[in-house]
Design a protein around this ligand. Sequence first.
Ligand code: C2E
Ligand code: CA
Ligand code: CA
Ligand code: CA
Length: 278
Amino acid sequence: AKQRGDNGFAYYSHEMNQRSLDRLKIEAGLRKALEQGELLLHYQPKLELESGRVVGAEALVRWQHPDRGMVPPGEFIPVAEESGLIVRIGDWVLEAACIQARCWLDADMPVMRVAVNLSARQFTPGLAGKVRDLLNRHQLPAAWLELEITESMLMHSAEEVITMMDELVGLGVSLSLDDFGTGYSSLSYLKRFPIETLKIDRSFIEGTPGDSDDCAITSTIISMAKQLKHRVIAEGVETADQVAFLKTLGCEEIQGYIFSPPLSAGKFEALMRESPTF
Ligand code: C2E
Ligand code: CA
Ligand code: CA
Ligand code: CA
């Protein structure tokens, strides 16, 4: 880096400025998005492998930008996390998912659960109260709501985290551990936290059944999940070979493009009407 001289340095700092400008723009845009209702949720079905039935849906936030079109979460969630806006976005996502779930319940749609992704910054002592109020306000049975959390949330002040999780589970909400296997995984977490479901990260599923390391990791996670009485779901399932492999291991649920990408609520409902089984 020292060899780069003035031009190299100028270029570098220009790029830094550009990056922070982009971030500021996204941040400002996100504030406006919240106010003007530019956020929406898409839903990706979760399937039970044995029956081939849709048993739930994961809500994934989308930003319908007036000029840029659909902005993927990978572009704005990190900015939202850094700026703290993720808390307001997360509140919006939770409420929108509860409203949608209530609609599906009223329409007798055979989806039993809607999962919402939580950011570590939402995982604060007020969360259970917030969730309880939402469930009450929308008259949604708690069993309809699942919260996907990540291992990074489990690392600090374990006692406080366990208390918060116990409060949520006490309401009847279920917890799943997202991107499992990618975090700083001390397996003792699994014993100490009231987590119902392990979600095997797509990066492992991707290599199955061809890559022997990915197969070993996937099969180990599934057998451990079973022994510890967790439900297990594989994310990012794209091929029939992956499905066959996961079936032989007794993986309970799958989610991925093999059945459906995330869909708008309307398209999700159409799918449930027209081809609700795998
Ligand atoms: P995630 O929670 O791991 O969500 C799964 C991602 O994998 C989604 O990307 C989904 O569209 C994608 N996916 C699903 N099936 C397949 C497949 O078969 N193949 C491939 N290649 N990809 C598949 P998406 O919607 O772009 O979301 C990216 C990430 O953004 C999510 O990863 C999650 O970490 C974050 N995110 C999305 N919505 C929210 C939200 O409401 N709150 C928070 N805090 N984070 C969110
Ligand atoms: Ca997730
Ligand atoms: Ca995931
Ligand atoms: Ca993932």
